[in-house]
Design a protein around this ligand. Structure first.
Ligand SMILES: NC(=O)c1ccc[n+]([C@@H]2O[C@H](COP(=O)([O-])OP(=O)(O)OC[C@H]3O[C@@H](n4cnc5c(N)ncnc54)[C@H](O)[C@@H]3O)[C@@H](O)[C@H]2O)c1
Length: 720
């Protein structure tokens, strides 16, 4: 034994081959925490001090190779100043360079996931062999930083600047064949032959068949690129990546600049450039929020995992209603491998639902994600039916018929008689209380809400709504099914609008008040899009549909009359209600706040509509000059306040879940981390002051809660 630590052991075999194995004690995966990096430094020192070594294999004793740095340490570390962060990365560079400079050939055996720092460890050795099921990549830019342990330096030297830009700026996880094709690894073999392949490479290097020194020289010298190639690789990429990432995500473009600046430099100088850029990005709010997002996502997934473990997987599902939502649910279930019965009362509806599913599968075939045989196989998992014939063998049913409480109640009671006693029933209702729908059921404990978002195949969130009588088993089965469908389930308690719509409608309320004060809705849309929303509120209302918005608004007004009363149409007509009255329903009938034309691909494209602009003028009570900041505050404050209320009322279990639900459910700007993270970033006291100012003029929709006032007074935050 050459070295033994908590995460790393180094041993030597009879032929003088050292083996450095990552196996982090008491953890299911290997990650590079600060402590593990310390150990790596000690292990490398031990290797340097050992005589008679002929080669080194770096490998892992776990299913993964190394998942990356320990992201739970990031917030604490990134708080330090830039100089500290530069120094910290330089220390890691020294360790990694020492591996690269060992006086014998080296190889990494990548048995499983090797991401971020894990990939960067693999890049230090002369060779890499990879199991066919493993993944290799540098996803750092997705966290608002860039690879800081030599990835921006070694990868372009290994696979060329253009390929490296694709990996680093795109943050892609790459399959073994792709890695081999680009030259990131030297061989791909089945997992059980990995060790033999690694030893074989070392033997060939020792015999002189492979020139490992030349390999090493190439990886440690400046990149060989002519001025034209430079231009092509870097300038074109910067333009393209900037366009794709958008103005709120600087890391991808920064990573290209780092590769470019370091291209003509020695290893050490290029690493110094990388360290400086890393430190700068690590200090940004965007990075802080994206790291927070990652941690929240982990928490949400862990919670869902715990639920799912309590129940057997859903083997057979069913959906009632083959409409927009039912069709989407059937597609998603079949696509991810859970067979599903799709029942409707109309033959045409079934045909339409199937047609939609076929279209989505065909797109996958077009993109080469599926073969035509796989498509046929998956399509056969959707069984359309007009009867309850096979419902006796169904584990879980999603009711997705028309949004009418009486119809839903009738359908659910009828359904209950057709299924097994253990079958879980769920409803995809967006506005009807789960407790109300449970009232007439014989087995209300087997029932809960399962709220999907439109379009089902694209929206990652599923709200699982626990009614008063829902059992843990019902909730767990629903969570398990959502996970099996590739969705992120978040469990919430029953209330009008559940979590996401309860938070969204106050935002629309803020929008309606702005319209009354003469704000231009196109300006509001542009501002909110610049703020980071995928679409502004007027455009979003067109997508949701004015009929749906008016109906849901009434439900919200009834549920929370004191602050959302105006959403219900009791007082003066809002712009939304007026649109609805004039049959301007939005995208569905090609006119709302905007008009819609079909583009070449048959997709709706929005265009300015003077008629809509004139119509909105009718609701103006008094025209006011409003600054950009004021407009943003008037939109954001009600949404944020309602999120706070949902947390206070126990509708959602934690700040992390609330924020993730908004990001996954309505596209809250991810780089801002969610509504509660946004309040933290503004400062709770500043937010409360802003809300109080607005409440004075605009009423209770803007009034902060008592708890929030208290938080402002004693300086507490939503995230520690
Ligand atoms: N469309 C959305 O954006 C959206 C989003 C989330 C949730 N939802 C909810 O999903 C549900 C369905 O909405 P949709 O937009 O798909 O509606 P839709 O009108 O497109 O589809 C409803 C389908 O239900 C069928 N149906 C009616 N009675 C039935 C019965 N007794 N048995 C079987 N099928 C029956 C109809 O024939 C129709 O095909 C509603 O509760 C809605 O609130 C909709």
């Amino acid at each position: 034994m050459i070295y033994q630590g908590n995460a790393i052991t180094v041993a030597k075999n009879g032929e003088g081959i050292a083996r450095l194995t990552f196996d982090l004690r008491d953890e299911s995966v290997n990650k590079l925490s600060r402590a593990v990096i310390e150990e790596l430094g000690e292990a490398v020192k031990a290797l340097q001090g050992e005589s008679g070594l002929q080669g080194l294999v770096i490998d892992s004793a776990k299913d993964v190779f190394i998942v990356g740095a320990d992201i739970t340490e990031f917030h604490g570390v990134f708080e330090k100043d830039e100089a500290y962060l530069v120094e910290m990365n330089q220390r890691v560079h020294a360790i990694f360079n020492a591996i690269e400079d060992l006086p014998f050939p080296t190889v990494t055996a990548i048995n499983g996931i090797a991401l971020g720092g894990g990939c960067e460890v693999a890049l230090t050795t002369d060779y890499r062999v990879m199991a066919d099921s493993a993944r290799l990549g540098l996803p750092e830019t997705k966290l608002g930083i860039l690879p800081g342990w030599g990835g921006c330096v070694r990868l372009p030297r290994l696979i060329g600047a253009d390929n490296a830009i694709e990996w680093i700026a795109g943050g892609t996880e790459n399959k073994a064949e792709a890695a081999l094709k680009m030259g990131a690894v030297d061989a791909v073999v089945p997992g059980d032959q990995l060790e033999a392949a690694a030893l074989d490479l070392l033997a060939r290097a020792a015999s002189g068949e492979l020139d490992y020194r030349a390999r090493r020289a190439e990886k440690t010298s400046p990149l060989k690129l002519g001025p034209i190639e430079q231009m092509m690789a870097f300038e074109t990429a910067k333009g393209y990546v900037a366009g794709k990432a958008g103005p709120h995500y600087p890391a991808p473009v920064e990573s290209i600049k780092v590769i470019q600046k370091g291209a003509g430099e020695s290893r050490e100088r290029a690493q110094a450039i990388e360290a400086k850029a890393f430190a700068k990005l690590a200090k940004t709010d965007v990075c802080f929020n994206l790291v927070g997002l990652f941690l929240n996502d982990q928490l949400v997934k862990k919670k869902a995992g715990k639920y799912a473990k309590q129940v057997a997987p859903i083997q057979q599902a069913a959906v009632l209603g083959a409409g927009i939502m039912g069709g989407g649910i059937a597609y998603q279930s079949a696509s991810k491998g859970t067979p599903i019965l799709m029942k409707d009362i109309k033959e045409e509806a079934l045909e339409l639902g199937l047609k939609e599913a076929r279209k989505l599968f065909a797109k996958q075939v077009e993109r080469k994600k599926l073969t035509t045989e796989q498509m046929a196989e998956k399509l056969s998992h959707i069984r359309p039916t007009l009867s309850y014939g096979d419902f006796g063998h169904v584990d879980l049913v999603v009711e997705a018929v028309v949004e009418n409480p009486r119809v839903k109640e009738a359908v659910l009671t009828e359904l209950e008689d057709q299924v097994d006693e253990k079958t879980i029933l769920t409803s995809n209702t967006s506005t009807i209380s789960i407790d109300r729908l449970a009232q007439n059921l014989k087995r209300p404990e087997n029932f809960c809400g399962m709220h999907f978002f439109n379009p089902v195949h694209r929206m990652p969130l599923v709200e699982v709504i626990r009614g008063e009588k829902s059992s843990d088993a019902a909730v767990a089965a629903t969570v398990a099914y959502a996970r099996a469908m590739g969705k992120t389930p978040i469990v919430v308690n029953d209330c009008p609008g559940f979590l996401v719509n309860r938070v969204l409608f106050p935002y629309f309320g803020g929008f309606s008040l702005l319209m009354e004060q003469g704000a231009d809705f196109q300006r509001v849309d542009k501002l909110m899009e610049k703020f980071g929303w995928p679409m502004g509120p007027a455009y979003l209302l067109d997508v949701v549909g004015m009929d749906t918005a008016v109906h849901a608004g009434e439900v919200m007004a009834e549920g929370f009359p004191e602050r959302m009363g105006s959403l219900g149409g009791g007082g003066d007509k809002s712009a939304i209600q007026l649109m609805f009255e004039k049959d301007r329903l939005g995208q569905k009938n090609a006119k709302g706040f905007y008009a819609y034309e079909e583009d070449k691909k048959g997709k709706p494209r929005k265009v300015v509509d003077e008629e809509a602009i004139a119509l909105v003028q009718q609701v103006v009570k008094e025209s006011r000059e409003l600054s950009d900041e004021e407009i943003i505050a008037r939109m954001m404050v009600p949404l944020c306040l309602e999120t706070v209320r949902c947390l206070e009322d126990g509708i959602v279990g934690s700040a992390a879940e609330a924020d993730m639900a908004l990001i996954y459910g309505i596209g809250f700007p991810p780089f801002r981390g969610g509504a509660l993270r946004y309040i933290d970033a503004l400062g709770v006291a500043e937010f409360v002051a802003q809300a109080e100012r607005l409440a004075e003029e605009l009423g209770p929709l803007y009034a902060p809660t008592e708890t929030l006032r208290r938080m402002a007074a004693d300086g507490t935050r939503f995230y520690a």
